[in-house]
Design a protein around this ligand. Structure first.
Ligand code: NAP
Length: 621
């Protein structure tokens, strides 16, 4: 008897048993360690007289321009498809293909899917089905299990549903392994597993005007109909590889960081890692503890800020045990911090509600113009980056290595990183920084990586080369009204959404944390909460009105998309470098992320009170 799918006799709904992550026990790890050496957990003093003058500006510009056009990535197709294999689960649980209907179909079982389920079910929406590519819940935290993985937003504000599950993270910055366990905890507690089809990738989502339903097809042969579809499949989901001539020739072992192959024993081996983004920064110190020789192939250095990891204190545990809703209140305080750095350093007294503000406010005797404000921000970004560069000199002993590790771009232009062990790692005799700036690694052969005529023989090559931003690949498989795909719409009209969640011509489709999704907080979990609450509101509103279909009008969508473009342009000087945040310098303003998204709430509240942006349809069946 196939127990993967059964019918609940009470509700008549299908109950699934497709979780396959039985092999995950052998993968265990930790994130940031507590570092007690104070020299490593504090930034050096601001260098005297640091100003972002013409000379420094020219240096930033040269650094940026040298990299223009260097980014060349490819999807994992053909012979590279093997890098996508799910190394964390047992083979998929066999099940029949589904040819049926549900009310709400959600793509993704990460934070977005899990939180949506908790909120939807609480609001009485229970005919909800989830499709997830992996063998268990977790999304990002399912796929990314490299050694050293941890969150960079303090875990007390980042982990969802702490109040509801009664869980308190063990560390201020919890390891990815602990976060994955928390995802499993949320899934168990709220009965998520019964609703999820694991190892199921949605391949096509097509609107059927006649029935007022989406037809969702998967790689398991399913053809399901759903009244509503929610895309909760993340913004950095599809891993990518740098396209490097000769990579197919390499005879050693190789993998991408998002499919860490724990079956390969790295101890004592010659290991190379390509890329030095947020992933590599966390993985490199842990790799260095195990391997024989480590070669780090860097094109652009990350900014390495302090981490200052700590354990959760007994006092915190005791206080929070007596304060229901402590995590919600803390997350709300966290959301009020607008500067990235102030947010990540997360002043405990402020977040615990012991003091009113997280910094001293300077009073200006007159209102500053937009230009003056921008200049002030650029100056303070420069000074902070000077401290970050001074930190490299203070820690890294070899001057050539130190020079290569210094980033020249505004703070936050590339994803800022935080670590107290990363820089000291480059003082170890078996760790070698190979500076491939500004064009990157350009050749791989059977034995290893070749750069500027020097061959680096390797046993194992690790690609820390990141992910496709906003996974637009899924959008070309969403076909809305008049047979138009979402990709076609955005390619011809530019990225156009209302609140990031709706896009006209794609009724009853919601995109969670997608382009223009705003939310206005550095804490992504906050954005997910805002989107989940909004979605529940839309569905409840429709229920109350007897509406079956919701789309948005052209004018509010155009206005909102224009708002995103203007905000993006206004803040562009703060992100003047080549980064995946701006499509490697090629993205149209406002098309990717929604910078300065603090007005998202204003647009949302206006829409919710007037209902003017919406077109509700009353399909009777
Ligand atoms: P990433 O930031 O996109 O980094 C890719 C790296 O590969 C970059 O350093 C890039 O250099 C390098 N690269 C590409 N082609 C190359 C070549 N031919 N030669 C040498 N280097 C090359 O990817 P990621 O580190 O996986 O991080 C992705 C995102 O995931 C992060 O930005 C963050 O949002 C998220 N993340 C979060 C956490 C956390 O919360 N703790 C941890 C890890 C990741 P260039 O910079 O020159 O392009």
């Amino acid at each position: 008897m196939n127990t993967a799918v059964r019918i609940d006799p009470e509700t008549g709904l299908k109950v699934f048993n497709t979780r396959a992550a039985k092999a995950s026990e052998k993968i265990a790890g930790k994130g940031y360690s507590v570092v007690t050496d104070q020299k490593l957990t504090e930034l050096p003093e601001m260098p005297a007289g640091a100003t972002f003058n013409a000379e420094e500006q020219a240096k930033y510009l040269a650094f940026k321009e040298a990299r223009r056009g260097a980014a060349d990535y490819m999807a994992m197709e053909g012979e590279f498809k093997k890098y996508l294999d799910d190394v964390y689960s047992e083979p998929p649980i066999p099940r029949e293909a589904l040819d049926d209907e549900c009310e709400i179909l959600v793509v993704g079982a990460g934070f977005g899917g899990l939180l949506l389920w908790q909120k939807l079910s609480q609001a009485g929406f229970t005919d909800v089905r989830f499709c997830e590519k992996g063998g268990d819940v977790g999304g990002t935290w399912y796929w990314n299990r490299y050694p050293g993985i941890a969150c960079d937003v303090e875990s007390y504000s980042y982990l969802p549903l702490l109040d509801e599950t009664g869980y308190v993270p063990s560390m201020k910055f919890a390891s990815g392994f602990e976060i994955l366990e928390h995802c499993q905890r949320m899934a168990q507690k709220f009965g998520f597993y019964d609703h999820c089809l694991f190892h199921t990738t949605v391949e096509a989502t097509t609107w059927d005007e006649a029935s007022g339903r989406w037809i969702v097809e998967t790689d398991r042969g399913d053809k399901m109909r759903a009244r509503f579809v929610v895309m909760a499949n993340g913004i950095l989901t599809a891993p990518k590889l740098a396209r490097i001539p000769g990579m197919e020739k390499f005879k050693g072992e190789s993998f991408h960081t998002s499919r860490w192959n724990y079956n390969i024993d790295l101890s004592g081996k010659r290991v190379g890692i390509i890329g030095t983004g947020a992933t590599a920064v966390q993985a490199i110190p842990e790799l260095a503890k195990v391997v024989g020789q480590l070669y780090v192939f860097q094109r652009t250095p990350s900014s390495i800020d302090v981490r200052d990891q700590r354990e959760t204190t007994d006092e915190e545990r005791e206080t929070w045990a007596k304060e229901p809703g402590w995590a919600r209140a803390r997350r709300a305080r966290f959301a009020r911090i607008s500067e990235v750095r102030a947010a990540v350093l997360a002043n405990d007294d402020y977040l615990a509600g012991k003091i009113q503000d997280f910094k001293e406010r300077k009073k200006h005797d007159r209102e500053l113009s937009r230009e003056e404000l921008m200049q002030k921000q650029l100056d303070s970004s420069f000074r902070l980056m000077e401290q970050i560069r001074a930190r490299v000199d203070a820690i890294v002993k070899d001057p050539k290595t130190a020079a290569a590790l210094k980033p020249y771009y505004p703070y936050g232009c590339k994803r800022p990183t935080f670590h107290d062990e990363y820089l000291p790692t480059f003082n170890l005799p078996h760790v070698h920084l190979v500076d491939t700036a500004p064009r990157g690694v350009s050749e791989i052969n059977e034995r290893g990586v070749v750069h500027e005529g020097v061959e680096y023989p390797l046993d194992v090559l690790i690609y820390a080369t990141g992910f496709q931003w906003m996974g637009t690949s899924t959008f070309n498989r969403i076909r809305g009204r008049n047979g138009r795909t979402l990709t076609e719409k955005w390619e011809t009209e530019g990225t156009r959404t209302f609140l990031g969640l709706h896009t006209r011509g794609f009724p009853n489709l919601f995109i969670v944390t997608g382009p223009q999704g705003g939310g206005g907080s550095f804490n992504f979990t906050d954005v997910i909460y805002a989107h989940a609450d909004y979605l529940v509101w839309v569905l409840q509103t429709m229920r109350e009105r007897g509406a079956r279909i919701v789309d948005v009008r052209k004018e509010p969508e155009d206005k909102y998309a224009e708002h995103c473009r203007v905000v993006d342009l206004a803040t562009a000087p703060l992100r003047d470098c080549i980064s995946y945040y701006n499509g490697e310098g090629k993205a149209a303003p406002g098309s990717l992320a929604y910078y300065g998204g603090r007005q998202w709430d204003k647009y949302r509240m206006e829409a919710q009170s007037s209902l003017a942006p919406y077109v509700f349809g009353g399909d009777p069946n």
